[in-house]
Unconditional design. Structure first.
Length: 161
């Protein structure tokens, strides 16, 4: 079942890379008491994700935070090392928290998986964004096509705030 507006985000463990190596962070920890702009991509280093989706959030980070966003987070079904390398390649700095959903547990828990096995990419996440306030989904924007970055992009998130 797909998550919807008004639902609480399920408790799942994600990973990020810190100075001491991989670090686990639960969605409860990430979302508690914060307004979070969370967006998901089918894969790090893929064309639409690298050319339009992630760069839009990096470029608009200050505007999003000025409108009340406490944290911007990007999640993908990739390992923590790939997510870290992608963040560095995109000059993310501390503007966007790069989160690894290595086994797709988060994508499965929110009901937004994308089977790209026919393209040799396995089970991934659909492309979407969600505005989450203290763990509760306030808006959810799922792209109709994996290569499209309109409903889930940073500009759309800004307009929704």
């Amino acid at each position: 079942m797909t998550i919807k507006v008004g639902d609480k985000v399920p408790s799942v463990t994600l990973r990020t890379l810190g100075p001491d190596g991989p670090k686990e962070i639960t969605t409860d920890e990430l979302l508690r008491g914060k307004k979070v702009a969370l967006f998901a991509v089918p894969g790090a280093f893929t064309p639409a994700c690298s050319q339009r989706h992630l760069p839009g959030y990096v470029e608009k980070a200050a505007e999003l935070k000025a409108k009340g966003i406490d944290q911007i987070a990007c999640v993908a079904v990739n390992d923590v090392f790939v997510m870290n390398a992608w963040g560095k390649a995109q000059n993310v700095g501390d503007k966007v928290l790069m989160l690894a959903d290595g086994s797709g547990d988060f994508a499965k828990a929110v009901g937004l998986t994308l089977d790209m096995s026919a393209r040799g990419l396995g089970l991934r996440s659909q492309r979407y964004s969600m505005l989450v306030d203290n763990g509760v989904v306030k808006s959810l924007n799922v792209e109709p096509q994996p290569g499209s970055v309109e409903a889930s992009g940073a500009d759309a998130m800004l307009k929704a705030l």
